[in-house]
Design a protein around this ligand. Structure first.
Ligand code: SAM
Length: 288
């Protein structure tokens, strides 16, 4: 079957099915075969793998995934795309299409049912769910091998950067706690139909077997991190002391910072993951 990863073949199928793009579902279909191949190469898929694809669209990436993987599970929210997928994926007997919202699907169950078979997520993600889906996959400890995704370029940068940069924040720390991030390629807006307003990037996140720091209570660590970045232009001490859900007071925060040799005026964006982990572990012991 001719690739869908170009403008003409994508336009033809959309016209033939009288498909209307729905902005609310973040529908920007990939029309560049070179980028498609870069995603496939970065995902390092073998016939032993099961790939979970989020948002297959008209099946452009799905066809290539089906050729490389043992099995593909593609979850698409838009029911109007299902007849198109049934047509474009008719030649592949290793693809299961699920018409549902990925945020409502029990991903842990899908992975557990695969037993020993490694599950890799590969997707050109609808941008509006990038952060929730990443946080769900990692916080629920879905035992995935890797996640190779197309996201907004600015979001890929946020996942990758370290302390001291303007993009560094709760998402950077969450991603780097669970996985090693590597930017695969930048992707200009012209590679999509319709063309989005922003550039994109492909990022590969390889899950660590053991997290790089030891948090005494993971949920508490992330509550501390979120509170530290809540008031971005204010100090970390303000963010923590004003967070109603943490039950810690200013004195406890200032004491802890002093124990760690940090000034009370320190800002969240300057602390490393190791420092956040130490701060959270110390605060946990002082919590009233
Ligand atoms: N994979 C296709 C490609 O690369 O051309 C389409 C990518 S498009 C950026 C995002 C796709 O995700 C769309 O098909 C959209 O309908 C679907 N989608 C949006 N929200 C979703 C959700 N919550 N669950 C599952 N699919 C979703």
């Amino acid at each position: 079957m001719a690739t869908l990863g170009n403008r003409k073949n994508t336009a033809d199928i959309i016209e033939r099915h009288r498909f209307d793009f729905r902005k609310k579902f973040g529908q920007n279909f990939l029309i560049d075969n070179n980028i498609l191949e870069k995603i496939i190469e970065a995902a390092q898929i073998t016939k032993d793998d099961c790939v979970l694809e989020i948002g297959p669209g008209i099946g452009t990436l799905t066809q290539r995934l089906a050729e490389e993987a043992g099995e593909v599970i593609a979850v698409e929210i838009d029911k109007n795309l299902i007849p198109i997928l049934n047509e474009t994926l008719a030649d592949y007997d290793n693809v299961t299409i699920i018409n549902d919202d990925i945020l409502k699907v029990d991903i842990n169950k899908i992975v557990e049912e695969r037993g020993e078979r490694p599950v890799k997520v590969v997707a050109n993600l609808p941008y509006y769910i990038t952060t929730p889906i990443i946080m769900t996959l990692f916080e629920k400890h879905v035992p995935l091998h890797s996640v190779t995704i197309m996201v907004q370029k600015e979001v890929a940068d946020r996942m990758k950067v370290g302390p001291g940069t303007k993009d560094y924040g709760a998402l950077s720390l969450a991603v780097q706690y669970y996985a090693k991030p590597e930017i695969v390629t930048k992707v200009p807006a012209a590679c999509f139909m319709p063309r989005p307003n922003v550039d994109s990037a492909v990022i590969r996140l390889t899950r660590y077997e053991d997290t790089p720091v030891k948090a005494d209570d993971e949920a508490w660590l992330f509550a501390v991190i979120r509170a530290s970045f809540n008031q971005r232009r204010k100090t970390l001490a303000n963010g923590l002391a004003n967070a109603g859900n943490l039950s810690i007071n200013r004195q406890q925060v200032e004491e802890t910072l002093a124990e760690m040799g940090l000034p009370t005026s320190v800002r969240g964006e300057t602390l490393t993951l190791e420092q956040f982990s130490e701060l959270a572990n110390r605060l946990l012991k002082k919590r009233t």
